[in-house]
Design a protein around this ligand. Structure first.
Ligand SMILES: [Zn+2]
Length: 459
C-alpha cells in the first residue's frame, strides 16, 4: 500500500520505516478551522470534526485527545495532521495579513514613523505594542514544541495501534549527538562589519564557528576580501536581505525584482543560506529563493515585529528549501526590550531544547556586542554552548552542515537485513539507529550505541 499523507508526516520527521505505522484516516470535517489542544502542551490550528475549535487562543480550547479512535491497526483522527503541521510551521494560523513585511496596520504605521521619533517616544510605543507579551498563551514562551509534540503523539498512537513494543528510526543528528547548536551573526552596519574579525576571534576561542549574514546593498561596502576572510577562517557567509529596508515582502513585483538580485549575491558570495531583515517572512514565496536553506522563521515571535512562530525546534522543508528556525531569543530583544544582560533565558531555552534533542539557534549581532557589558554576555553564552558541546554531547554546527546532514538523513533508508536493521545512503556512516517506545504513558526515544547496534538492532 502506498504511504498515506499522514504516514509521511511521521516518516519525514523520524525517518522510520512505514511498515511500523498503522493505517491512519482523518475524519471528514466541516466548519471553520480554529485552535484546539492535543493534551496540555500541544496547540493545533486547523479543522476538527468532533468539536468546535476556538477562533482565538485566549479562551479555553477543546482537547481532541479523547476523540482519537484506535482499533485493529487502524487510527481514526478527528483532524488532519498534515494540515495542522503546515498551519504551524508555515504560520498560516496567523492569517494572510501577517504574511507581508509588517503585520498589522498599527505595526505598519509604527515602523513607517519610527525613524522620525525621538528614542523616548520609540521606547514608549514599543512598550505599548509589547504589553503583556509574556502572557500570550500561544505560541508558548520561551519555546513552543507543538509541532514536535504532535509528531511524538502520533508515534505513540502508532505503537499502541500496532501493538509493537518499539519502533526503529534514524536519530535526528549525526554521530549520535544529543542535540544541535548553531550560531549566526547578522552584520547590520559598517561598524558591525569592521568588528567581524574580533567576533571570529571570540567564536574561535571557544571552538565555535558562525554564519555571518551580510547585507549586500546600501548599508556598507562588501569587498571580496571581506567575504574571503570569513570563508578562509572556516566560518560561513549567508545573504541578509538585500538592503535591509524592511520592505522585502511588501508586494510581489518588488519582491521578484529584489529576489533576483539576492540570488545573484548568493552566488557571488558562495552563500547557501538566506535570512530576511527583521525576520520578515512569507513562506508562500520561499520557492523564489535560490538558496539551500532559509533562517528567517522564529520558533516563537512574541518579541519580533512580525508575530507568529513555527512551533518546532527541528529543521523542516518548505518546498525545496530547508528552514532552519531561530529557536532562541535574539540579543537585541534580550538587551533592548527586556533589559537583561544575563544568559538565564538562553539557559532556560537551551535546557528545554536539549531535553527534546532539538536545534538551538542564535542570532548575535556584531553591532550590538561591541560595548563591554553586551560582549561579556555574549562570551558567557559562548562558554555555555562550549559546555553543552563538551558535557552534553551537543553538535555545534554551521547551518550549511546542518543543511547537508538534514538532506542526507531525509534520503537515507532504514532497511531490515534479516536479523538487524541497517541505515543505507550517503552519509549513513554518521547516522545512528534509534528506538521509540512507550514508557509511563509517554514516548521514549533511545539511541542505539554503535558497538551494540548488531544486538540491539534486532526487530
Ligand atoms: Zn538584520
Amino acid at each position: 500500500m502506498p504511504e498515506s499523507e499522514i504516514q509521511s508526516c511521521l516518516t519525514t520527521y523520524y525517518c522510520c520505516p512505514k511498515e511500523f505505522l498503522p493505517e491512519f484516516t482523518a475524519a471528514p470535517h466541516s466548519g471553520a478551522p480554529g485552535y484546539f489542544h492535543l493534551g496540555p502542551d500541544t496547540t493545533c490550528y486547523g479543522h476538527l470534526s468532533t468539536q468546535t475549535p476556538a477562533p482565538t487562543t485566549d479562551q479555553p480550547l477543546p482537547d481532541a485527545t479523547k476523540d482519537i479512535a484506535i482499533k485493529d491497526n487502524k487510527v481514526q483522527l478527528p483532524f488532519n495532521p498534515s494540515e495542522i503541521l503546515t498551519s504551524l510551521r508555515h504560520e498560516t494560523y496567523m492569517g494572510p495579513d501577517a504574511r507581508s513585511g509588517t503585520q498589522s496596520l498599527t505595526a505598519k504605521i509604527y515602523y513607517a514613523i519610527r525613524p522620525f521619533l525621538p528614542v523616548s517616544a520609540r521606547k514608549h510605543l514599543q512598550k505599548l505594542r509589547l504589553r503583556n507579551w509574556d502572557k500570550r498563551p500561544f505560541p508558548r514562551w520561551p519555546v513552543d514544541f507543538s509541532a514536535d509534540n504532535l509528531h511524538d503523539q502520533l508515534l505513540l498512537i502508532s505503537l499502541r495501534a500496532t501493538g509493537a513494543e518499539r519502533l526503529p528510526f534514524i536519530w535526528f543528528w549525526p554521530d549520535g549527538k544529543s542535540a544541535c547548536a548553531m550560531m549566526s551573526h547578522d552584520v547590520e552596519t559598517k561598524t558591525g562589519r569592521d568588528f567581524c574579525p574580533t567576533l571570529m576571534d571570540l567564536d574561535d576561542s571557544r571552538g565555535i564557528k558562525g554564519s555571518f549574514t551580510v547585507i549586500p546593498e546600501e548599508r556598507y561596502e562588501v569587498p571580496a576580501s571581506y567575504i574571503d576572510s570569513i570563508h578562509a577562517r572556516g566560518h560561513e557567509v549567508a545573504v541578509h536581505d538585500l538592503n535591509h529596508d524592511g520592505h522585502l515582502y511588501d508586494n510581489r513585483p518588488q519582491f521578484l525584482e529584489r529576489v533576483a538580485r539576492i540570488n545573484d549575491y548568493g552566488r557571488k558570495f558562495s552563500a547557501q543560506g538566506f535570512r530576511a531583515a527583521v525576520l520578515y517572512r512569507n513562506q508562500d514565496w520561499f520557492d523564489q529563493l535560490d538558496f539551500a536553506y532559509d533562517m528567517s522563521v522564529p520558533n516563537v515571535a512574541h518579541l519580533d515585529p512580525q508575530r507568529g512562530g513555527c512551533c518546532t525546534v527541528m529543521p523542516y522543508f518548505i518546498g525545496d528549501i530547508l528552514e532552519i528556525p531561530v529557536t532562541d531569543i535574539q540579543d537585541y530583544s534580550l538587551f533592548n526590550i527586556l533589559n537583561d544582560y544575563s544568559i538565564e533565558i538562553w539557559k532556560r531555552q537551551t535546557a528545554l531544547i536539549l531535553a527534546r534533542h532539538g536545534l538551538m539557534s542564535f542570532i548575535i549581532h556584531p553591532d550590538y556586542i561591541i560595548e563591554p557589558r553586551a560582549r561579556a554576555t555574549f562570551e558567557a553564552l559562548l562558554d555555555h554552548l562550549a559546555q553543552l558541546r563538551d558535557k552534553e554531547n551537543v553538535w555545534t554546527a554551521l547551518p550549511r552542515e546542518i543543511n547537508q546532514w538534514w538532506r542526507e538523513r531525509a534520503a537515507m533508508k532504514l532497511v531490515n537485513k534479516g536479523s538487524a536493521w541497517q541505515i543505507e545512503g550517503q552519509g549513513s556512516e554518521r547516522a545512528r539507529i534509534a528506538w521509540a517506545s512507550e514508557l509511563d504513558g509517554r514516548l521514549s526515544l533511545e539511541i542505539c550505541h554503535p558497538d551494540r547496534s548488531a544486538a540491539e538492532g534486532r526487530a
